[in-house]
Design a protein around this ligand. Structure first.
Ligand SMILES: C[S@@+](CC[C@H](N)C(=O)[O-])C[C@H]1O[C@@H](n2cnc3c(N)ncnc32)[C@H](O)[C@@H]1O
Length: 212
């Protein structure tokens, strides 16, 4: 069994110590736009992306303790001040800690594919998740999804046009195998090295959802 790593980084937040929802502007010390990465793994993607965009605040969540530890180490080594890391489950985190309409972008890279047919319902990203998640995205906010798993990529690409209030920025294609300027995560690099292709889906929220 893996031992639990105590994370002492100033970039690491314990959700139970935060208000509900969180005042992210006072926490970051500025009111820069807020971006969420769900399932940030070891932090490769958020480190590169947050380096490019010091004008944005990034929240990286993953319920993997060692991943959060490595993410904090990486961010500290880079001296990044515009990222915070939490060991949290995505849906619960959104519900409790994110004000509605407050995210300008969300990134979900290589979520667990649950390849066996009988396990597919465990996948994080499906139409129900999108409908739950969209109210947290600001009008004009970006939804990025990337997967190495063909079947997952096609599934998301095919249900997205049925989701109300979003527009496909890759139209007329439903997905692409490249997204210019988009950094690679650790899993993307690993799977590309095995010759696999990444399916990218990119949508923008066009109307405020009824809940906002
Ligand atoms: C296959 S890894 C990919 C990691 C990283 N995004 C990458 O591409 O290198 C998927 C990650 O998502 C995390 N994860 C899966 N479901 C999650 C959820 N509901 N909430 C938070 N993290 C989740 C897992 O712990 C794991 O670290």
């Amino acid at each position: 069994m893996q031992s639990f790593i105590q994370i002492d980084s100033p970039l690491y937040l314990r959700a139970e110590e935060l208000s509900s929802p969180v005042d992210w502007a006072s926490l970051f010390g500025n009111d820069n736009p807020l971006v969420l990465e769900i399932g940030s793994g070891t932090g490769d993607f958020v480190a590169k992306t947050a380096t490019d965009r010091p004008d944005r605040n990034y929240i990286a969540i993953d319920y993997y303790n060692k991943g959060c530890y490595k993410t904090c180490r990486r961010l500290e080594l880079l001296g990044l001040a515009n990222v915070r890391v939490l060991r949290e489950e995505a849906r619960q985190f959104l519900l409790e800690r994110i004000p509605l309409g407050s995210l300008v972008a969300v990134h979900i890279n290589c979520p667990d594919p649950w390849p066996k047919k009988r396990h597919r319902k465990r996948r994080l990203v499906n139409r129900q998740f999108l409908e739950f998640f969209l109210p947290y995205l600001a009008p004009g906010g970006d939804f990025f999804f990337a997967t190495d798993f063909d079947d997952y990529g096609i599934d998301v690409a095919e249900f997205m046009p049925q989701v109300a209030g979003v527009t496909n920025l890759l139209a007329p294609e439903l997905f692409r195998f490249e997204l210019e300027g988009y950094h690679l995560s650790r899993y993307m690099e690993k799977f590309m090295a095995q010759g696999k292709k990444i399916h990218y889906v990119h949508y923008k929220k066009v109307i405020p959802c009824p809940a906002i």
